[in-house]
Design a protein around this ligand. Structure first.
Ligand SMILES: Cc1ncc(COP(=O)(O)O)c(C=O)c1O
Length: 401
């Protein structure tokens, strides 16, 4: 006996990659192998968390409170206010903010929170940009929703245009994901686009779930966020939830620390849901998170390091494989013609692991997978290693495969 909805889950991209590369031995030897397939920041985590994590032994002896501590909620609220210039009083730390144990788990749980058994008497829909972060699909499958994949390609500015969805589908929509800056495409949703999505969500009564975990890894300008869009529309937070995390901003994916902020009614229900079966954050982790949200110096350094790597990437790859400099995030999204073939050749010839773009997308109504021609390359290693790998990548791809 098991939940047969599990059968609807596809293999996770990294398992597919392992199958694709199994039996292929890189010519260069293990010392030269480099994983650019996974978005796990390899920058050194900020040392400032160490004393905080060890300062109180007794905190490890307590069950942590589900909604976190008042200090955590206050700190995150203050950070959001500073970052997005929200008007004082719009965001209430006690009503609009909760900690989450990493945004991945929380983005998945958003499905349990937002998807009713039916909407307008029919199967509810979750709108998903295509290509997309795979957890969104899992949320649809496990909550009995129909995933509707919406192009987020060069033609649409790499962000989905939800306003173009037929109204009968919007009427059935329970939840729509937006990812800005987008993984894997690296493009941001403009403030205008976010406002349009917020208005659409309210008009058709679905929840806009804005995944903003790359918000602090940006190039020219800080990306706008969905809470900022709400502020621009008068400050109402109805039908909007924003998820963010320290994993990328502060290079601490192992800390499992993020937040959700938005609609007070949904936040209260999320707290209820989490008190039944959500992962809570230990108090020392909440305290370390407070220290990180209160410090911007390490974030500025982190961003500068990514920016330098994108300078190198621009030098090495400019004019090739559809290279463009992403607005944010740390991925290159390169059009190499056949992502699977390229990934195999890069592994075999240079020991470079990248993810075929097709694994991050689904075949659309026209029978095309918008990721098939691409590879996703994570610039998460140090600058020299990254630049060397990009040089080798260029050589392999130019030689043909
Ligand atoms: C688009 C996107 N959202 C969410 C996450 C989850 O990050 P975390 O759970 O570490 O906050 C990731 C991680 O790679 C991601 O790429």
């Amino acid at each position: 006996m098991y939940n047969t909805r599990l059968d609807g889950l596809t293999e996770y991209p990294f398992q597919r990659l392992a199958s694709l590369l199994s039996g292929v031995t890189p010519e260069v030897g293990p010392a030269h192998e480099i994983a650019m397939s996974i978005g796990e920041p390899q920058h050194t985590p900020p040392a400032l968390i160490l004393p905080v994590l060890t300062q109180s032994l007794s905190d490890w002896g307590k069950y942590p409170p589900t909604p976190g501590t008042p200090d955590f909620r206050k700190t995150v609220t203050a950070w959001i206010n500073r970052r997005y210039g929200l008007p004082a009083g719009m965001l209430d730390a006690e009503k609009h903010v909760l900690p989450v144990a990493g945004s991945r788990e929380a983005l998945f749980m958003a499905g349990q929170l937002c998807v009713p058994p039916t909407k307008t008497g029919q199967t509810p829909v979750i709108l998903i940009p295509n290509p997309f972060y795979q957890v969104y699909f899992g949320a649809a499958v496990m909550n009995g929703a129909e995933p509707v994949f919406v192009p987020a390609t060069a033609e649409t500015g790499y962000q989905p245009d939800y306003a173009k969805i037929p109204t009968d589908v919007l009427a059935r929509t329970a939840m729509a994901y937006v990812c800005t800056p987008a993984n894997p495409q690296g493009k941001i949703a403009t403030l205008e686009r976010l406002k349009e999505m917020v208005q659409l969500a309210r008009k058709h009564d679905f929840v806009l779930v804005s995944d903003e975990c790359y918000s602090e890894i940006y190039d020219a300008a800080p990306p706008p966020g969905a809470l900022e869009a709400c502020a621009n529309l008068g400050g109402d937070l109805t039908n909007v939830l924003v998820f963010n995390s320290l994993s990328k901003r502060s290079s601490v994916p192992g800390l499992r620390s993020g937040y959700v902020a938005g609609d007070a009614g949904l936040i209260a229900k999320f707290n209820k849901l989490r008190s039944h079966g959500g992962a809570v954050q230990p108090v020392p982790v909440l305290n370390a998170s407070i220290a990180l949200w209160n410090d911007e110096a390490h974030v500025t350094d982190n961003r500068a390091l990514y920016s330098a790597k994108f300078d190198d990437a621009a030098q090495i790859l400019s004019g090739k494989f559809g290279f463009y400099r992403p607005d944010g995030g740390f991925f290159l999204w390169l059009n190499v013609g056949d992502g699977e073939k390229a990934a195999k050749a890069l592994w075999a010839k240079a020991g470079i692991k990248v993810l075929p773009g097709g694994y991050l997308a689904r075949t659309d109504a026209a029978g095309l997978n918008p990721g098939n021609a691409f590879i996703r390359v994570a610039l998460v290693h140090d600058r020299n290693r990254t630049a060397e790998a990009l040089q080798s990548m260029r050589r392999v791809l130019e030689a043909g495969y």
